[in-house]
Ligand binder design. Sequence first.
Ligand SMILES: [Fe+2]
Length: 318
Amino acid sequence: MLELLDAKGKKIEFFVEKEKIEISDAEAECFLQQDIRGVWAIFYEKCREKYLKKNPNIERLESDLYRNGVEHIASVLSDKDVTLVRSIIENSSVFHTFPRSSGSNVTEEADVNVTYTAQHIEINAEAKIKIYPLLYRILNNETVKKIESLMQSYFAIDHIFFSRTYPDADPIVSFRWHRDAGPKFQTHIMVYLSDSEETGGRTEFINYHYSGCVELSGYAGNKNIERRATDLKYIVPDMEVIAPKPRAGDIIIFNATQIYHQGIHPNTGYRDVMFIILRPDMMSWSKSVDLKKVFSHPRGLALFSQNPFSNYATLTRY
Ligand SMILES: [Fe+2]
């Protein structure tokens, strides 16, 4: 077996939590040639191989998530659950704010004199414990089946954050059509905590087929996301936009790195959403979930700067 070292000369261990992963010498050779995208691709194939070995007769579920890359499921959380999460957010005092057009320029404290388009809200330890049981309601049998069927793999919660979006006439980066940078099946669950009909705050999506058309058009080649068009009808004329209108307690699951999506700012009030970021994994999410880790994800640490074989180990290139 080859010994693999990362860019800092540290030995790379092929472990995910307590599971050792079998990597052949040929795979290790391939691993060494890749940048982090390729490493995630190898990791995904290992996850898929394991899942299909454990579930040899699994049938593909013909869900909206599988067909279009996005699915709206109503009333996953009860009114009582929504009230609980909303009160946790209201009582939180730590906000990471995203001033207009700042991109990744994140500040620590809310400034009343600046127009904010979005804020990430940090919750305390007690609140994390209160939210924990809700994860099982969100990731119930139905949603787990749909996500596993999409990925053909088990998945883990990479991290969770709370986002509050405000009305703004000049939307920032994530509010133009884009796909997230990340591994193939990085899948996001947006748990709506406010009614989109009431605030106007929501997200629109384009299915796999039309996302491919947008990709081939060269639209995304414009790296300045703020200068991207919000209406793509002149680029892909027959394109259909999927525009769910979720209510508080509904969830939207979408394949964030493969389908295009754009946020619509609220007209009034604010849009509160709990984001659950999922990624393929070697075992069922409930076996790997770690309350400390999922809610305390290092800000700005995208999956492509993590070594999938060793969570949170920063790794850029071998
Ligand atoms: Fe996104």
